[in-house]
Design a protein around this ligand. Structure first.
Ligand SMILES: Cc1ncc(COP(=O)(O)O)c(C=O)c1O
Length: 400
């Protein structure tokens, strides 16, 4: 009998964090490692946001706040939802947490019972199924296909819904594939949900602003207003505002759900960091022009990575619309042998040998529920990314 809770045996540590840790340890040991594992922008937090935090500290805004967030931030979030998404959320329908991850955790913990099912398109962000499992409910994955650019088909969603389905988790642009749904594609999904009034949608919009080539982002409650009363719209400042370490995420949803999530949060972390909340007000209300500047760089890197990876033997890499990830298939490398003599049986073998032979850290696709593939985060210096892609090409070329 373990001293540890049974619920803990249902989950595993985040594979993406594990890869970053491994790459960091190899680097610390003096190895020349290029880490393409991290899910965070390499750009620094903009100065105006940092200065807002410094002002908050100096003004003594350093105490507990309301559990669900300071009114100023909730007002800024309400303005953001209106401005960017055409969504009306009152402050009582908004909660702020320590990152989008805590808000997601609270939403699932506050709603799931054993026997409940949550539909998750695969490949998925690693935390979705594990939080569902921790809550005692059942993740039901819908496997997407590379031929469909990793987007869930409406028929597949229709087929996966049962009487026990409570949520569908929708993530566009996606971690790990970068795939983003057009308005018509979102509508096809919301049309299915309109036929199943017991199913709620949790739309994870954290990569909203990271889209390229004039792609227009839309979110389910905006595309289908009739779905608004059973939608939780999740977002945060981590990605677009380069604020991963500040830990501010938020959501808009029906008031009763937000109240339940706040009750849960009041018994765990209380409020999100007070200073970071003031910084987030500046992020949402301040100048937004750096986002386009960053996106120009991200787009250039995406194109570089897609071009170079498609030239690597045995890889096939779709060109996604957003986020800062690409998700090449390595099916053509399976069954081959690395220069070290190791047989590549799985995508995990592929990424392990790649790290050992060439010092490039990426995350295996099976961790995201769809392999054989791997995730490349191109949120890294362009010259380093190019060098990493060259090493991946060499590694693939040397497989026998
Ligand atoms: C799809 C997705 N959702 C949510 C998050 C949560 O980000 P944070 O907790 O930093 O707001 C991440 C971070 O990697 C993510 O990739």
């Amino acid at each position: 009998m373990s001293f540890l809770a049974e619920s803990l045996q249902r989950i595993k540590p985040s594979a993406t964090i594990a890869v970053s840790d491994k790459a960091r340890a190899l680097k610390a040991a003096g190895r020349d490692v290029i880490g393409l594992g991290a899910g965070e922008p390499d750009f620094d937090t903009p100065d105006n946001i940092k200065e807002a935090a410094i002002r908050a500290i100096k003004a003594g805004k350093t105490k507990y706040t309301a559990v669900d967030g300071i009114p100023e931030l909730k007002a800024a979030i309400a303005r953001k939802f209106k401005r960017d998404n055409g969504l009306d959320y009152k402050p009582s329908q908004i909660i702020v947490g320590a990152g989008g991850k805590q808000v997601l955790f609270n939403a699932l913990m506050a709603t799931l019972n054993p026997g409940d099912e949550v539909i998750i398109p695969a490949p998925y962000w690693v935390s979705y199924p594990d939080i569902v499992l921790l809550a005692g409910a059942t993740p039901v994955t819908i496997t997407t296909r590379i031929e469909d650019a990793f987007k869930m088909k409406p028929e597949a969603l229709e087929g996966a819904i049962t009487r026990s389905t409570k949520w569908v988790i929708f993530n566009s642009p996606s971690n790990p594939t970068g795939a983003a749904y057009t308005r018509a594609e979102v509508k096809a999904i919301t049309d299915v949900l309109m036929r199943h009034p017991h199913v709620w949608v949790l739309s994870d919009d954290i990569y909203e602003h990271l889209v390229y080539d004039d792609f227009v982002f839309t979110t389910p409650a905006q595309v289908e207003p009739a779905l608004y009363q059973r939608t939780l719209t999740l977002n945060g400042v981590s990605k677009a505002y380069c604020m991963t370490g500040w830990r501010i995420g938020y959501a808009g949803a029906p008031e009763f759900l937000i109240t339940a999530m706040a009750t849960l949060q009041s018994q765990s972390t209380t409020n999100a960091n007070a200073i970071a909340q003031w910084a987030a007000v500046e992020a949402l209300d301040g100048p937004q022009d750096f986002i386009a500047r960053h996106n120009a760089v991200f787009k250039e890197r995406r194109d570089l990575a897609v071009g170079m990876l498609n030239q690597a033997q045995g890889l096939s890499c779709p060109k996604p619309e957003g986020a800062f990830y690409v998700y090449p298939s390595c099916a053509g490398a399976i069954g081959k042998t690395a220069p070290s003599g190791k047989l590549i049986r799985t995508d995990e073998d592929f990424v392990t040998s790649l790290l050992e032979c060439e010092g490039v850290a990426v995350v295996h696709g099976s961790a995201f529920g769809l392999g054989p593939a791997f995730r490349v985060s191109y949120a890294t210096d362009t010259a380093l990314l190019e060098e990493a892609c060259r090493r991946i090409q060499r590694f693939c070329g040397n497989l026998r």
